[in-house]
Design a protein around this ligand. Structure first.
Ligand code: ADP
Length: 422
């Protein structure tokens, strides 16, 4: 058994990081997510895998490379021996990057000759065949990704996409090789390396293929892909007896009040808010009444504090598309940011008042709350709904957080999460 972390991961966005971390926990590795580039003196959490959550998907390539390299340095100094670069299962990128440049920079820094790239995620209907990415029955370029505002994907050939992003041509490991098993994939890797190829797209149509690719990646310093590509990696460490056999999703118990904060305006979150507010006291944060943010925060907390001992409270800004459009028209583009900051300050006040189990709905809202609470690390625990685990914030005070992107979960998600927390 090894003592420190084994697998060091760098994810290009926050929800991707928690998705990857949940995948690793499900495969038996205790996993901790580090929000943002880890600072030099950050204590190394006790875990088998660490996942740095960057926000580097759509920033300039040079900035994404710098943040990824800094994260790699920290993960290496923490003792990790293998590294994983996580990006979206729809390969969100442009010809300028950021997947190719980051992969290339990580290879250079590790002095590694070769890595694999595979965004396949069969559980979400993302598959790669002959290097072409399919979203359900459609080629990537015929899916909704075609019209993505920041990273429109109009070329379904990932070999071509990656070749345009890197200094050298990308190769392909086709599904017939993957079908033949890990030794055949290792042979293919060696053959590609012999031709001077540094990265290859790997086909994967099923979880079995992803497990094969994971097994074949045991000797690679760097692996890249969607969270599915990481599924087969824990078995390599287990086979060497390096992962302790314990409940990888166990979280330290906490005792305190419960609250839900919803800043997402997605259809699912609005339904979840409607369901929960039928049985739980609810406070609406109106973006049009935030001229005095201090007062808005104080009012919400004065309302919430006396109720906490009796049960959970809900604080939400979630509103219909018409109301959101109206707020943006009257307040300008930073309406969202203002709401996030107020919700984050309310979250801090609730924690000061004894809340120790907090559910947050909304990707950006979650980022603002985690930032305002100054949480250095999140230990990944049991899954509440696909893609949404309970997590334990390391640091003081110890508390549980469930961070959900807007559309995740079913209409009763909040209730399920609160019941789970006991
Ligand atoms: P999602 O995961 O659904 O995208 P986010 O939290 O990432 O949710 O994004 C929602 C954005 O909308 C945030 O910037 C939030 O502050 C903003 N917002 C929330 N409520 C309102 C509202 N009533 N009017 C305008 N913007 C809002």
């Amino acid at each position: 058994m090894m003592d420190g972390p084994l697998l060091g991961c760098i994810a290009d966005d926050f929800t991707g990081a928690t998705d990857l971390a949940s995948t690793l926990v499900a495969q038996g590795m205790r996993t901790v997510v580090l929000p943002g580039e880890p600072r030099a003196g950050l204590p190394v959490p006790q875990a088998d895998a660490l996942v740095v959550a960057l926000k580097s998907r759509s920033i300039p390539a040079a900035d994404a490379v710098a943040a990824s390299l800094a994260s790699l340095r920290w993960l290496r100094s923490a003792g990790c021996t293998q590294f994983f670069f996580k990006y979206c299962s729809t390969f969100d990128s442009t010809d300028a990057g950021n997947i190719g440049p980051v992969a290339e920079a990580l290879l250079d820094a590790l002095e590694a000759p070769f890595t694999l790239a595979c965004p396949a995620f069969p559980a979400n209907a993302r598959s790669v065949y002959r290097g072409y990415l399919f979203v359900g029955d459609k080629l990537l370029s015929e899916s909704g990704m075609r019209d993505h505002p920041l990273t429109p994907m109009t070329d379904p050939s990932l070999v071509r996409v990656l070749s345009r992003q890197m200094r050298t041509e990308a190769g392909l490991i086709g599904f017939e090789t993957v079908e033949r098993g890990a030794p055949a994939v290792v042979d293919a890797i060696l053959a590609l390396q012999g031709r001077g190829i540094r990265i290859a797209i790997a086909d994967a149509l099923s979880e079995r293929h992803l497990m094969t690719l994971g097994e074949a990646s045991a000797g690679l310093a760097l692996v890249t892909g969607g969270s599915g590509m990481a599924m087969g990696l824990p078995a390599n460490f287990r086979a060497r007896g390096w992962v302790p056999s314990m409940d990888s999703a166990a979280l330290p118990a906490v005792d305190g009040h419960c609250a839900v904060i919803a800043g997402s305006c997605s259809a699912m979150t609005r339904e979840q808010v409607a369901r929960l507010s039928a049985g739980v006291p609810a406070w609406f944060v109106d973006p049009l009444a935030l001229d005095d943010a201090e007062r808005a925060v104080a009012q919400a907390l004065d309302w919430a504090r006396p109720k906490l001992a009796a049960g959970p409270v809900l604080v939400y800004s979630s509103a219909s598309p018409e109301r959101v459009a109206e707020a943006r028209r009257l307040l300008g583009d930073d309406a969202g940011l203002r709401v996030e900051q107020v919700l984050a300050r309310i979250a801090c006040g609730l924690v000061d008042a004894g809340v120790r189990r907090l559910v947050v709905a909304g990707g950006e809202t979650s980022g603002a709350v985690v930032g305002a609470l100054g949480i250095p690390a999140l230990r990944i625990g049991p899954v509440i709904a696909p893609g949404v685990p309970w997590t334990a914030a390391e640091g003081s005070p110890p508390m549980w957080l469930a961070l959900k992107s807007g559309n995740f979960g079913d209409p009763d998600f909040f209730r399920t999460a609160l019941d789970f927390a006991g």
